[in-house]
Design a protein around this ligand. Structure first.
Ligand SMILES: [Zn+2]
Length: 171
């Protein structure tokens, strides 16, 4: 993780990192918390296939990812699912059909800063397979994969690998 040395309040080279979630400055009393951030991940499922996106940016560029993302301020996790699935895949989901499954911690490294997240996993069944219109999307590719062919090493994030270890046992 990037070492930040200068206090953004008083400017002195006195900033301390507690090794977990807090920067503080003994010179002026400033403190800044890097708290756990909420994020959602949605298993889009049709029968025994799921729809995964391929990341087109770091971290983990090129790896497979569940649709989803960070919860915005003042947003419910279900609203995040609806917003992210529309942004990434242009599908307009019915929130009442989202099924909450479980949560797992993850670390998301972005520009040398580690963000601890709590990833909330949901499942969303679609009545038929669809394909995303990529020119409208922020992703580079999305693929339907039969669950029996899913290789956990192709997944971008540890929380998703751990999630699928459990999920695949129940198919
Ligand atoms: Zn200071």
């Amino acid at each position: 993780m990037k070492i930040l040395k200068y206090c953004p309040n008083c400017g002195k080279e006195s900033l301390n990192w507690d090794g977990e979630k807090k920067w503080s400055c003994p010179e002026c009393g400033f403190s800044l918390y890097n708290n756990v951030a909420g994020a959602v991940a949605v298993v889009i499922r049709h029968e025994d296939e799921i729809y995964l996106t391929r990341r087109n940016r770091d971290p983990k560029k090129g790896k497979l990812d569940l649709a989803g993302g960070f919860v915005d301020p003042k947003e419910s996790a279900e609203e995040t699912c609806k917003r992210e699935l529309f942004e990434e895949l242009q599908i307009d989901i019915d929130i009442s059909n989202l099924k909450y499954l479980t949560s797992l911690p993850n670390v998301y490294q972005y520009k040398e800063i580690d963000y601890n997240t709590i990833d909330l996993f949901y499942e969303y069944h679609v009545p038929e397979k669809f394909e995303v219109s990529l020119e409208l999307s922020e992703i580079s590719e999305a693929v339907w994969i039969p669950l029996k062919d899913l290789n956990l090493e192709d997944l971008a994030f540890d929380s998703q690998k751990k999630f699928f270890e459990g999920y695949l046992k129940n198919i």
